[in-house]
Every structure is written in C-alpha cells, then in structure tokens.
Design a protein around this ligand. Structure first.
Ligand code: SF4
Ligand code: SF4
Length: 217
C-alpha cells in the first residue's frame, strides 16, 4: 500500500488561498488504512476548513481514486455540486491526486492534501514499513526474502560494504546492516552458499521512470 500523511493545515490554507468553495475527495483504500484520507479525516478537514472561513460544498469517497472508473463515477455523481466549486482537495496519495485531475472534466484546481511517503507493509499493530522500492528486477529469491535495494542505503546487490560495523549500518549505527540480515536469514534457511553468488549490476533501464504497463489498447 501507499503511505501518505496530511500536510499541515497552514500549508493547505496557503495552497487554497485563491479558492473559497472546496470539494473534498478521500480514498477508501490506502489513505483510509493509514488514516490520511478516510471518512474521519474528511470530516475533520471539512471542519478545519470551515473554521478557517472556507465553504466545503461536497465530499466524496471513491474506493480508490487512483482507479479511473471509480473516480469517474464519483465525480459524475457530484457533477452539480462540482460545477459550483473552485477547487478539489484530494486526501490521498499523489496517484489519487493526479487521477482526479485527469478525470475532472470541469478543469478545476485539483490540490493535494497529503504528502506521499512510500510503499509499505502494515504489521498487526498498524505500523508501516517500507520494504520494496519497486525496482522492476526483484532479487528477493536470492536474498532470503530481504530487500537490499530498499534496506541498504546504498542499494548494494553484493554486500556488506566495508563500513558495516558489528552488524550495524555505517550510515546509522541503530540500524542493522541489510546484508547482515540477509546473511542471518540465509544461515537460518541453510542456504548460506547463496551469499557467495555475485549479483550482476541492475539494468537501470528497467527502472527508468515513468513506468507504464499497457494492458488494453
Ligand atoms: S528487489 Fe527489492 S525493490 Fe526490487 S522488486 Fe524486489 S523487493 Fe522490490
Ligand atoms: S553497512 Fe550494510 S546496509 Fe549499510 S550501506 Fe553498508 S552494506 Fe548497506
């Protein structure tokens, strides 16, 4: 899932300074889970904006605003109200904001309420951890399921580097060295021979941005 956090209210009010009539869009998926764009956050945003003198004319909560059919349906349902609005504030990640902008037929100002942080897994306590940088060439099969591209600040495919100290990373002695974690994991699985495999350098062309995957023409 994509993790996002709400921007400070002062920053939002500054970005909304030219607009008075606002429409709010939330996200029923990731932003609901990380509490940056679910129903409670939409209602709080409405109250905060109204307290600051703005008029919130409407709110919608698509399942996932980053999915065109879902946001199109919500915008179409609210088209009358949207015609009276000057700006749409989107409480979702940057994908949701851009998808709203691309599917808004009225040419409204579409603004982000959130900062988008990282792709993450969530633990049982509801904490989020970045585990994958979406490099397009996964090596988890050779690294005991631990991602060096993400967990090693240098993204080393063959490690550890000379800076590793007593199992900790040279960039932060509170953090375990990714390659020590990989070593321990391979040892646990009786696969330590894999640590000697030299991984070829990544083909950075595969991770050049922006990516696209055309499924239907
Ligand atoms: S190697 Fe790491 S960054 Fe690349 S796809 Fe696998 S988990 Fe993601
Ligand atoms: S100490 Fe380990 S995690 Fe830190 S930069 Fe070197 S190889 Fe990467």
């Amino acid at each position: 899932m994509i993790i996002s956090r709400q921007k400070p209210l002062e920053e939002l009010l500054y970005s909304l300074k030219e607009y008075n009539k606002i429409f709010l869009v939330g996200c029923g998926e990731c932003a609901t889970t990380c509490k940056s764009g679910g129903e409670p956050e939409l209602l709080k945003m409405k109250a905060d904006l109204e307290a600051a003198g703005k008029i919130v004319l409407g709110i919608c909560m698509p399942g996932a605003p980053c999915v065109a059919p879902q946001i199109k349906t919500e915008l179409a349902k609210n088209i009358k109200v949207l015609r009276d609005c000057q700006a749409v504030l989107v409480l979702a990640c940057g994908l949701g904001v851009q998808s709203v902008k691309e599917n808004d037929r009225l040419g409204l100002a579409v603004l982000p309420a959130n900062n988008t942080l990282f792709g993450a897994v969530m633990d049982a306590q509801g904490n989020f951890y970045e585990k994958c940088s979406m490099c397009a060439e996964c090596v988890l099969g050779e690294t005991g399921g631990i991602c060096p591209v993400t967990l090693c600040p240098k993204g080393l495919l063959n490690g550890p580097c000379g800076g590793m100290n007593k199992g900790k990373c040279e960039t932060d002695n509170e953090k375990d060295c990714a390659w020590v974690l990989i070593y321990r994991e391979l040892e646990k699985k009786n696969k330590l021979d894999k640590i000697k495999d030299i991984h070829k350098e990544r083909d950075y062309k595969k991770s050049s941005r922006p990516h696209k995957l055309i499924m239907n023409k």
